[in-house]
Design a protein around this ligand. Structure first.
Ligand SMILES: [Zn+2]
Length: 390
């Protein structure tokens, strides 16, 4: 009798377990199938965390192993900075982690939705400015402390920073500790030779090329921006370009095109991360006419007086927008400055996710806050262009 009761108990538990499992699988399928296939890909805020929270919902977009995604992250503060996360299957890549060391909490909350093994297979640090590398240079709980980073690529000798610079010294200390502890691979992007691109093949569908940057190779830049590590990702037959804060004021972008066949005369690329946060001195005509981007994403706190009071020159600048819109009106911006002095900011498009699927032509964009492209927003249309802030 006791045996029968036990048996019934097991059956009941088994049925209950099966029901729960079925419901979960159903929900997972629903989430998976509705997102990528729908024309209207707007995803409401509920799937993400809003700007001033550090907690995240348990429902990130469910990417499958055939989907390649690029995420431009908000940083949890009013400061402009870059952080780009790239995912394909169980390969996780991080390019930069600005803007301040306290951004790490916001960034890691986001990453932990997707990184299942606590490993960032590739980490790329473009240049030695805090709005790009603060998260790696933090004295405690840096990205290197929180994740295993078995392959690190950075600007290396391409910098004018010296070991007396505290943030730089911290960065080098943290990086070298990670290299020693994990026996991690390290590549100094300033050693890429002209005419011999460094190509890292991740698998049959994904690779990236570290482009030759003349300023970096010759250690001749006056601004750290021009030392930026530039990478061209190729997924399937689609291309995605990241140039950090490289500028064209001293011909950096022009030389980049001139020295790298892989970005010359392209019919179109799927995505370009706006150079230097949409500054007027980057994303030049010479670069745009060679790459013809279908969409451009800007990592910045839009309309902030952090660097200037001239409204036209605040990120994203008027000159940048005017140049890009000759090629595409698909411009997205992460964060919006509400009141710089009062420390107020909110999401603009929010976290921007651009994703492609193997053997599918269409590339999709999903934003956590609002998917309206920049030039259609009230912010852009009502902006007091040509004036100066008090
Ligand atoms: Zn920057």
């Amino acid at each position: 009798m006791a045996k029968r009761t036990k048996k019934r108990g097991i059956n009941f538990v088994a049925i209950l377990f099966a029901l729960v499992l079925g419901a979960c699988a159903g929900f997972a399928c629903l989430t998976y199938f509705t997102l990528p296939e729908t024309e209207e890909l707007y995803v409401g805020e509920e799937l993400f965390y809003s700007q001033n929270e550090t907690s995240v919902s348990a429902d990130p977009i469910a990417f499958n192993n055939e989907q390649f995604s690029v995420h431009f992250l908000e940083l949890g503060n009013k400061y402009t900075g870059d952080c780009t996360y790239i995912k394909f299957g169980d390969v996780d890549i991080l390019i930069d982690c600005g803007s301040k060391s306290n951004s790490v909490a916001t960034v890691s909350n986001y990453l932990n939705q997707y990184v299942t093994d606590n490993t960032l297979e590739y980490v790329i640090v473009t240049h030695a400015h805090t709005d790009h590398y603060a998260g790696f240079a933090a004295t405690k709980n840096s990205i290197f402390d929180l994740y295993d980073c078995p392959f690190i690529i950075d600007f290396g000798a391409g910098t004018n920073k010296s070991s007396t610079d505290k943030t730089y010294a911290n960065y080098i200390k943290n990086r070298d500790k990670e290299i020693n502890n994990l026996n991690a691979e390290y590549f100094d992007a300033s050693t890429v030779e002209k005419g011999t691109p460094k190509i890292i093949k991740i698998n049959a569908h994904l690779q990236f090329e570290i482009l030759y940057n003349d300023f970096a190779a010759t250690h001749s830049a006056s601004s750290e921006n021009d030392y930026s590590v530039c990478t061209l990702f190729t997924f399937d037959n689609k291309q995605f370009l990241f140039t950090g804060d490289l500028e064209n004021e001293k011909g950096g972008e022009e030389k980049l095109v001139e020295n790298n066949k892989s970005i010359q005369n392209l019919e179109s690329i799927e995505l370009f991360k706006a150079g230097h946060h949409g500054s007027k001195t980057s994303t030049s005509d010479i670069l745009l006419k060679n790459i013809h981007p279908k969409r451009v994403c800007v990592c910045c706190c839009a309309g902030s007086s952090e660097y200037t009071k001239e409204i036209n020159n605040q990120f994203p600048t008027k000159a940048f927008i005017d140049r890009v819109t000759k090629y595409t009106t698909e411009i997205y911006v992460t964060t919006l400055c509400v009141d710089y002095k009062d420390n107020q900011f909110s999401s603009f498009n929010g976290n921007i996710v651009v994703f492609a699927t193997l053997n599918v032509e269409k590339v999709n964009v999903v934003c956590s806050h609002d998917s309206t492209p920049l030039t259609q927003t009230d912010w852009y249309l009502n902006r007091a262009w040509g004036t100066k802030e008090n």
